[in-house]
Design a protein around this ligand. Structure first.
Ligand code: GH3
Ligand code: MG
Ligand code: MG
Length: 539
């Protein structure tokens, strides 16, 4: 075989006018190119409708169209230089098309594709392009690239090198990977969408079978038949896009759904043995692993929550259980347990447990409850919590004919405390007073911050005389325990108003509070730092 690379510019002596066979090849290749180009433009213009899945499809079509047109031009070459030039241009499409095709299939089937993964998958096509373009320096892609001795230009006679073989194998791997992915998803794909899978399969099968026939020498010598048949794949894809809305409705495999659920899912068989769990479950409980398949519910529960209590009963009822995991860093989970049936009529064939981590939600809930019912500064009940609880106790006392007393008290001259020591010191005084009262009270006594520097006590089952004695002792405690803040002694006193429920049917809690407020006013008027009992008229 003669290496003709040095004679690139010289037209071959045996150059023939375009033969009829060549005219047919060029027409077919151009037709394929136009079909690929039109389909690419069609999808490109409607990409907003099709979403991200269409991007690799457009790239695959663009690569195939480039391959076709460059090959059509190569078929008009009359010199080796022209043939080589168009061969390099072809490589901007040919090795990339199967890689983009595989990327499209992967995205279509719901695989996550990072930028790095995409770049890695395009590395060999890029290597093939560079290797072909620089072949004249190293002959790694084509050991020999000549014009066919007998047929003349544009038919070529090649002897392939190692990078060509790598590229060929890679293209084959791309096709085989697409096929195996499509086949493996066949069972998971709902019947109406199986046409899409078949079309994708056949569309890739057409160029692959053709290259196989080319390799075994069945197709005309010196001619690459693959570009001619890519048009057929395009027609098939076009038809599938229109008829079964290939790019609009994508059948997401059940497996993908199962693993992308953010809750942990655990599946048990009819005897309660572990048969499956999803990705989220593994992330939530890193100790879960596939060696646990076949283990009992008890063992699985222990791995999940570190304890063996609150186990669900695997019967035909739906249950919802809240579990706090044992050990350090305890978390709260909500486990919904449902029976699994193949269909409505069949008996239970297993159990599915859906596990949600509700730790953050619970914490938020507790925080909101605290905000709603506790005074942030003094950490005692706020006015709202007081009314909710006091109303219940008041009604209960009234019904049971049990005495009920209210003690209302207010810090004396508190404005002066603020003015003299500052607002922050005033706050500390409020906390100090609340702490003193808390230390003197029995548990379960309802004590709340009623307003700014006003507090309230509800004494269920206690008469006004008990209230008076208690108020007097609290008054003394406050007066005798000054707050020492940064070396400054802040003395405060309080005035108290005490009133007992009258037992009158018409009396309300508001009336009673009003009475204690009047008594408090009397205490203030009487000179402050004293206890006053309501003695006026009732309702
Ligand atoms: P009296 O003996 O008549 O009760 O006089 P007083 O100064 O205590 O009463 P007044 O109602 O005139 O003033 C209450 C002051 O309490 C006014 C307000 O600025 C202050 N205050 C209310 N809530 C807070 C609080 O949360 N922190 C602080 N530092 N001051 C508060
Ligand atoms: Mg006051
Ligand atoms: Mg006041």
């Amino acid at each position: 075989m003669i290496d003709n690379t040095s004679e690139e510019k010289r037209p071959l002596p045996g150059l023939k006018p375009l033969t009829s066979a060549l005219t047919v090849y060029i027409t077919l290749v151009c037709l394929s190119g136009v079909l690929n180009l039109l389909l690419m433009l069609h999808v490109l213009m409607r990409r907003n409708l099709y979403g991200s899945v269409s991007s690799f499809f457009v790239l695959a079509m663009a690569a195939t169209a480039t391959y076709c047109f460059a090959y059509a031009f190569s078929l008009t070459s009359s010199t080796l230089g022209q043939l080589r030039f168009w061969s390099v241009i072809q490589y901007f499409g040919m090795p990339f098309a199967p890689a983009f095709g595989l990327l499209f299939v992967m995205r279509y089937l719901g695989y996550r594709l990072s930028g790095q993964r995409v770049a890695a998958m395009l590395a060999i096509p890029a290597m093939a392009l560079i290797s072909n373009a620089t072949n004249e320096w190293h002959h790694l892609h084509y050991k020999q690239y000549n014009i066919h001795e007998l047929l003349g230009a544009p038919y070529n006679d090649i002897e392939v090198g190692p990078t060509y073989i790598i590229m060929g194998c890679y293209i084959l791997v791309c096709f085989l990977a697409s096929y195996s992915m499509l086949i493996s998803r066949w069972m998971d794909t709902a019947r109406p969408y199986r046409q899409q899978i078949v079309s994708l399969f056949v569309a890739q099968m057409i160029p692959m079978t053709t290259s196989f026939l080319y390799l075994i020498g069945v197709t005309p010598e010196g001619i690459d038949p693959v570009p001619m048949v890519t048009g057929l794949s395009s027609i098939l894809m076009w038809w599938t896009i229109e008829s079964s809305r290939l790019l609009t409705i994508i059948p997401i495999a059940k497996e993908t759904i199962f693993h992308s659920i953010s809750d942990g899912v655990v599946v048990l068989d009819e005897s309660g043995k572990l048969v499956e769990y999803n990705e989220s479950c593994r992330r939530m409980f890193p100790r879960m692993d596939r060696s646990m398949f076949g283990q009992s519910l008890k063992a699985v529960w222990f791995t999940l929550f570190g304890k063996n209590d609150s186990l669900p009963v695997l019967n035909a009822r739906q249950q919802e259980i809240e579990v706090i995991s044992a050990g350090s860093g305890e978390r709260v989970y909500r486990v919904r347990v449902s029976p699994l049936r193949q269909n409505e009529k069949r008996n239970q064939t297993g159990t599915v447990m859906i596990i949600s981590d509700i730790t953050e939600m619970k914490m938020m809930q507790q925080k909101l409850e605290r905000h709603a019912y506790f005074d942030e500064l003094t950490q005692i009940c706020n006015r709202r919590a007081f009314f909710e609880r006091c109303e219940k106790e008041y009604v209960k006392a009234k019904r049971g004919d049990v005495p009920f007393t209210i003690v209302l008290f207010d810090i004396d001259n508190f404005k002066k405390v603020n003015d003299t020591y500052g607002h922050n010191a005033g706050d500390q005084v409020l906390v100090h007073v609340a702490n003193i009262i808390n230390s003197c009270l029995k548990e379960n006594m309802l004590f709340a911050r009623y307003g700014g520097e006003e507090f309230v006590l509800a004494l269920f089952g206690k008469t006004v005389s008990y209230g008076k004695i208690l108020a007097e002792s609290l008054r003394q405690q406050i007066a005798s325990r000054p707050l020492v803040l940064n070396g400054t002694v802040i003395r405060v006193t309080s005035s108290f108003g005490v009133a007992e429920a009258s037992g009158d049917e018409r009396e309300t809690l508001q009336n009673l509070l009003h009475c204690s407020d009047k008594a408090l006013y009397e205490a203030k008027r009487g000179g402050r730092n004293r206890v006053s009992v309501y003695k006026g008229a009732r309702v």
